[in-house]
Design a protein. Structure first.
Length: 394
């Protein structure tokens, strides 16, 4: 099986408002981590990956009136998906196009804003429903006139990776011919305060897989790719293919990964089995690599279990964007597809010293390499672990 064709993609994050800006930042190893300016928080000393476009600016760019219940996460999603139309030359999506979107907290940013006014102000009461994760997907779908198949996945940090997996399965089974898959999450008080209470946020820029790592940076982003069945591709360029996918649950702890990386190992193993390839066929791993003590050790052990002594080149790109939660899997899917396109590995920033426990060495400088198969890992709270394999179109 050749895998499901990817024919379009779009992205917005702290390192770029489109594919071109994103690729430029990745190639120059320029991160988007800084102190928040638009996002209002009592923890303004914590660095984040913030998109420097305000909600009102997004509304103007997307021609959305203030009275419409579009939250920041929803507008990020619309902004990224519009790029797919621009990049493919399509004027609109066909009516049979499906959409599967992943998110952690949906539009809770507006729930936070209006919470105390909900009861007494009918005009603001409409934002009560925006906190439901599915509401963001429904509003994104409505913007593009999509009604055929609309679905939301909320499995924490693996949400959008699972959206990609589900979309590929829908194409393979013949249930859909074309589907937009990815995810969107914005910075919110709920997530920042929550991660801070877990004491896993760093006061500095995160250092994935480094012995001195002391936590993650949160970020916001939206990224989506267009998957199409073979008879729908027409003259569009095939950017790459979703060749493999695997999902497993660590079944260990609600907010921590197991010591032996069982869920991660199983997800990697299943993805390779689905793709019909061996461990030595993986040319590069875009690791989950959040920069926390627990995650990076667990993922390192899982990689050693899956690949033995011959671990492929790997890096975490979260030091570029911060951890974008439900959007992370799709963000890193786009990064993986850009790596295939450019035949280049993007570096693991801020790395200084190997971890004592596993001594693994990530790629720390941009590296040109022949790339055919890339593994992308996304491991979420609740133990939900997903691995995707992207391959060049042959």
């Amino acid at each position: 099986m050749k895998g499901v064709a990817v024919t379009g993609m779009g992205i917005v994050s702290s390192i770029g408002n489109n594919l071109e800006e994103t690729l430029d930042s990745l190639k120059k190893a320029e991160n988007g981590i800084d102190f928040p300016e638009i996002f209002k928080t009592s923890h303004s000393h914590l660095p984040v990956g913030e998109i420097k476009i305000s909600d009102s600016q997004f509304r103007n760019l997307l021609k959305i009136s203030p009275g419409q219940a579009y939250t920041r996460a929803t507008m990020l999603g619309v902004f990224a998906i519009r790029q797919i139309l621009d990049n493919t030359g399509m004027k609109e999506f066909s009516s049979d196009t499906g959409i599967i979107s992943g998110t952690s907290v949906g539009g809770i940013d507006y729930t936070e804003r209006y919470f105390h006014d909900f009861e007494n102000d009918p005009e603001k009461r409409k934002f009560i429903q925006t906190q439901h994760p599915g509401f963001s997907t429904e509003m994104i779908a409505a913007y593009f006139g999509l009604k055929d198949f609309v679905s939301t996945i909320s499995t924490a940090c693996s949400s959008s990776a699972n959206a990609i997996m589900m979309g590929a399965r829908m194409i393979e089974s013949g249930k859909l011919k074309r589907v937009i898959v990815g995810g969107s999450d914005c910075l919110t008080k709920f997530t920042l305060n929550g991660f801070n209470s877990l004491m896993i946020l760093s006061d500095n820029k995160c250092k994935p897989f480094d012995e001195g790592r002391d936590g993650l940076n949160l970020g916001e982003a939206a990224a989506y790719i267009l998957l199409e069945a073979e008879d729908c591709i027409d003259d569009k360029k095939v950017i790459g293919r979703v060749a493999g996918y695997g999902n497993a649950n660590d079944a260990f702890h609600q907010t921590a990964s197991s010591e032996n990386g069982e869920g991660a190992f199983l997800a990697i193993f299943k993805a390779m089995k689905k793709a019909g390839i061996s461990p030595q066929d993986i040319d590069y791993i875009n690791a989950h690599g959040t920069g926390t003590k627990n995650n990076d050790l667990s993922e390192s052990i899982a990689m050693k279990r899956a690949f033995g002594t011959k671990i492929p080149d790997f890096s975490s790109t979260k030091a570029f964007t911060g951890h974008t939660l439900g959007a992370a899997g799709a963000v890193e899917a786009v990064f993986s597809l850009l790596s295939l396109q450019e035949q280049e590995i993007f570096p693991n920033l801020n790395f200084e010293k190997r971890m004592d426990d596993t001594a693994l060495m990530p790629v720390t400088q941009p590296k040109k390499k022949k790339l055919n198969s890339i593994l992308s890992n996304s491991f979420g709270f609740g133990g939900n672990c997903t691995s995707l394999i992207f391959q060049k179109d042959e």
